[in-house]
Design a protein around this ligand. Structure first.
Ligand code: FES
Ligand code: FE2
Length: 357
């Protein structure tokens, strides 16, 4: 595996943006430990329902806040109080903002440095997203809206946990503009168009082609990343569907990934055939992604692509990705190097459809 600085992406090791770190059901009033962005983190759900993610170590004496089963703080069920968390060692209490608000035994004022880094969190489509930002600023974009999630005509995704990949996320982002893998990997035939667009923090790909596993005719795909870690794809194959792929850095050069597919069966309520076909369709979508996964899991790092005519605009996707690895104040000028609509030779069509966002 190669690291961020070997790809020359930018000055930060890990990108800025919203990232999946688990499913909603994984956040409970028992704090759990997470490892992302090269950091030990903890997650819990406060009494109000709010999910809190913060660094794992207490500033007092560096106790791990989630790895304890024997302290009386934990045994007495006192670790999470309201939306606050108490350290198992000396019972200092921290708010969801990470600021210490009680040292039970000390008469002195609470030190200013008694603070843990806490991260913006939101729940989206049954997933827990956290905002990672080396500059520790508030989010400056939101995940794409997901109206299908509350729509009874759609069958929500069940999350497939695809595990970890010893592969830099740059290699996954490359897939976004990779026209030439669609035939060999996914069985795409009769490609009618393949176009890419970069617009600020969003990169988009639209294509129409056959697909050996998900369609019996031409299937259209409209796929976009909102930021560096969350992909959505609208597909019209046997069924209308919306695919989610999330990937989140663990260490510099490794990621964890998830997949899910929401499906709109043709009948509402669903027929018996739909009930059987929807899970099979979801499974088919996962298997299609695993075709990419096998490549990523075994390839060597590609620091520089040997681009030939007929390849998609890899350089634009790599330029787009840089904005997340550099200070926010440089984002506009970095975006200007990729912003635009890019047509891969031999597949042009008109008009370019309304943008996904
Ligand atoms: S180490 Fe956390 S309260 Fe002392
Ligand atoms: Fe692919």
């Amino acid at each position: 595996m190669a690291k961020t600085n070997e790809y020359g992406i930018g000055q930060y090791t890990f990108p800025r943006g919203w990232f999946m770190v688990g499913e909603s059901a994984e956040a409970t009033n028992k704090p759990s430990s997470l490892r992302y962005f090269g950091r030990d983190l903890i997650m819990y759900r406060g009494t109000s329902g709010r999910v809190v993610i913060m660094d794992a170590y207490c500033p007092h004496m560096k106790t791990h806040l989630a790895k304890n089963d024997t302290s009386y703080v934990v045994l007495d069920g006192k670790q999470v109080e309201g939306d606050d968390i108490r350290c198992p060692y000396h019972a200092w209490k921290f708010g969801p903002d990470g600021i210490c608000n009680e040292i039970p035994y000390s008469p002195a004022p609470i030190p200013k440095a008694a603070k843990i880094r806490s991260y913006p969190v939101q729940e989206w489509g049954g997933l827990i997203l956290m905002w990672h930002d080396e500059e520790e600023k508030e989010p400056n974009f939101e995940p794409h809206p997901l109206p299908e999630w509350d729509d009874p005509k759609w069958v929500n995704w069940k999350v497939d946990h695809l595990g970890t990949l010893d592969c830099h996320p740059q290699e996954i982002i490359d897939n976004m503009t990779d026209k030439a893998h669609l035939g060999p990997i996914h069985g795409s035939t009769d490609m009618q168009y393949f176009e890419s667009e970069c617009k600020g923090h969003v990169i988009r790909q639209v294509l129409a082609a056959g697909h050996r596993t998900l369609a019996d005719d031409i299937m259209t795909n409209d796929t976009w990343y909102t930021g560096p870690g969350i992909l959505l794809s609208r597909m019209n194959g046997y069924y209308n569907s919306l695919m989610m792929i999330c990937h989140t850095p663990i260490e510099d050069g490794s990621v964890r990934a998830w997949h899910g597919l929401t499906v709109q069966p043709p009948n509402f309520p669903m027929t018996k055939e739909d009930e059987a076909a929807v899970p099979a369709f979801q499974e088919g979508s996962k298997l299609a992604l695993l075709q990419d996964f096998e490549i990523w899991a075994n390839k060597a790092p590609c620091i520089s692509i040997m681009q030939v005519v007929g390849d998609g605009p890899f350089g634009k996707a790599r330029a787009w990705y840089k904005q997340f690895y550099n200070p926010r104040k440089e984002a506009k000028s970095l975006q200007s190097k990729s912003n635009g609509h890019w047509v891969t030779k031999g597949t042009e069509r008109d008009p370019w459809p309304t943008a996904a966002e």
